[in-house]
Each structure stands twice: as C-alpha cells, then as structure tokens.
Design a protein around this ligand. Structure first.
Ligand code: FM0
Length: 329
C-alpha cells in the first residue's frame, strides 16, 4: 500500500487564462498570472493498494459517481504511467471553504491531487514538473503549486507549459482579496465549456488574445514596482475583456448576474470616493475585490451596507502546495 497526502490553496487569476489550443494536454492560448490565496484550500489523500478493485473518489466524505471518478482515474493514469504502477487507488478529498457557497475550486483540488499522487508514488517532482502534472487536471491548478504570485507560461507542448513563481519582494503581503459571494439560481456554464465555446465561436476572441501580452507586461511591471493602482487597473481590465468575449459567442452567454453588476458598480463608486479597489470575476457570478490590506476594513464596511456579512469573505496571499505525508505499508 502506498499513500500520499497534500494540501493546496486556490488561486485567482489577475490576468485570466481563457481558451485552450490543446484540450487533451490542456495547453492554453495565453499566459496567465495569479495570486494564491489562504482562505480556500483542498486536502487530498491518495492510496494505492493491491486490495482495491477499482478507483474510488470521495469528495467531502461522499463517494462520487462514475462521471466524476472517471476524470480522477484519467488523471491518476498519467501518474501511473510514469512509474508503471498498475494498482487502483482511493482518493479522499476535502475542500476547506468558509461557507457552503459554491466556491470549491478546481485549482486547489487538482493541485492537491497532483501533489498527493506524486507523494504516494514517490515521483519526486520539481515544482515545475508538479505544475505540469497539475495542469493536466485543470489549467488553473498549474498555478496553485506556488504561494503568492505565479505566472503560467503557455508553452507549445506538454514539456514547456507550466507555471513559475513571480518574485515580488513580498508585495502580495500588502494585498487583500474580498470575495462577494453571489448565489444565483442560474446554472453556470463550466469554465471548461465556456472557454471552448468562446475560442470556437466568439468574434471577440482575437481581440482578447491580442490584448493579453500587453496586460501581462503591465501586471508584471506593477508587481515589480509594488504599484497597486497599476496592478488593480490591469486586473479589472483583463477580467472585463475575458467576460466581453462570452457575449460574442454562439450561443452567447454571460457569467454576470444583476448582483454581480451591483457589486462591480459599488467598487467603481468606492473608487470615486478615493478608496482604491478593483474587481475581478471568473466563470460564475461571484465578484472578488482586490484592495490594499490597509484599506480592507474600509471596503468591507462599505460592502457590508449592501451585502449580507455571510456573503463577504476576506482572503490574503496564501502559501505554496504542501506535501503532508508519504507512507508505505
Ligand atoms: O483561472 O478546463 O482551470 O485563469 O478561472 O480545468 O483547464 O477551471 F473563469 C476564468 C479557469 C478559468 C480563469 O479555468 O479550466 C483563470 C478562469 P480547465 P479552469
């Protein structure tokens, strides 16, 4: 019996990953840049044993159906192939999320799975190799290998597509990200389906691709200069452009709800009163507000006038992936 356990934190992209050029290998169309956060994480244990007769996947103590398990099995196959291991595995994953608000993240989940399986099979991977493996589970997971800021270099092959840490002089310690949790009845288009539909059908997609290198350069310069305003501006712009592409897809779609718009307007309004803060959004209606830590209280107080306190979750920069144990029995 071999087992490994790992803990990985989620990350939020400031410059978004949106679109794949290879769906099998999860090679992205553009580089992305993210901040790993401390508030949400996943702990995963993978155990391989001769006693198991199939792969099993438990999420938050619930045995998952065959559809969810097949995805995990395919991922495990990548690691099994590396070592010639033919054993089945039981995967137990726990998402640590402050409220039951649909904030479970594929980034922390697949990064933790990659860490756990590499620990169980003693793959002894470098951070880059672990990032490449995590990428095969979910693109954004490639970035959760690192604490603080990370950049996922799109690359041109399985070998060359991976994330690295951005050295930031601890700038990330000055930042807060406030999640505004917006529960919406509308069924989401998954990020996987949404980005694919956009690549294939959106007439705005070329504009997105053209804009990313400039935005990425701006973000990296802002991090190097510890320039919050510049980082905030380009973060918000990247999110708006990504979400713009979905409106021109066929069929068109949007992740924005009325409440998301309310939150975004509030952020803009706060700026007009001199409080520097910026929003970003991913493949769902939640809005995340980037703010300097010194202004966190002020922004929270203002948001609390319009949203229920249970909808507001504060996060700060989080650490890199942690391998918690490796056991052989
Ligand atoms: O995180 O198809 O990683 O850069 O969150 O599993 O590779 O779940 F919604 C925007 C993340 C997409 C931006 O996509 O997709 C970002 C997004 P997968 P992910």
């Amino acid at each position: 019996m071999f087992s490994g356990k790992a803990k990985a934190y989620t990350n939020i992209a400031l410059i978004k990953y949106w679109g794949k050029k290879n769906q099998e290998l999860i090679l992205p169309m553009n580089n992305s840049l993210s901040l790993t956060l401390d508030a949400f994480y996943t702990e995963t244990t993978v155990t391989f044993s001769t006693e198991f007769t199939e792969d099993q996947f438990y999420l938050d103590n619930q045995l998952q159906d065959s559809k969810a398990t097949i995805k995990i099995s395919r991922f495990l196959d990548l690691a099994r192939k590396k070592t010639g291991c033919t054993l089945f595995a039981v995967v137990k994953s726990q998402n640590f999320v402050p409220t039951a608000a649909g904030l479970a993240s594929s980034a922390s989940g697949l990064a933790a799975l990659a860490g756990a399986v590499s620990a169980a099979l003693n793959l002894d991977l470098s951070p880059i190799a672990l990032s490449r493996l995590a990428r095969r589970g979910s693109g954004s997971a490639s970035r959760s290998v690192y604490g603080g800021f990370a950049e996922w270099e799109k690359g041109t092959s399985d070998e060359t597509s991976y994330a690295t840490k951005i050295i930031s002089n601890d700038f990330e310690q000055d930042l807060s990200m406030i999640f505004i949790v917006i529960n919406d009845a509308k069924k989401d288009v998954s990020s996987r389906d949404g980005m694919q539909r956009t690549v294939e059908t959106s007439s705005f997609y070329d504009g997105w691709l053209q804009s990313v290198p400039k935005d990425l350069a701006k973000a990296k310069a802002a991090i190097a200069a510890k320039d919050f305003t510049a980082l905030g501006e380009v973060t918000e712009a990247s999110a708006l452009k990504m979400h713009g592409t979905t409106l021109a897809a066929t069929p068109p779609f949007t992740y924005w709800s009325a409440e998301s718009m309310k939150a975004m307007n509030l952020v803009r309004q706060l700026r007009t009163t001199g409080v520097s803060c910026y929003f970003t959004m991913d493949a769902g209606p939640n809005v995340k507000v980037l703010v300097e830590r010194k202004n966190e209280e002020k922004v929270l107080d203002e948001l609390a006038k319009h949203f229920d306190p249970t909808q507001l979750i504060v996060a700060h920069a989080g650490p890199s992936i942690e391998i918690l144990s490796t056991e052989e029995a």
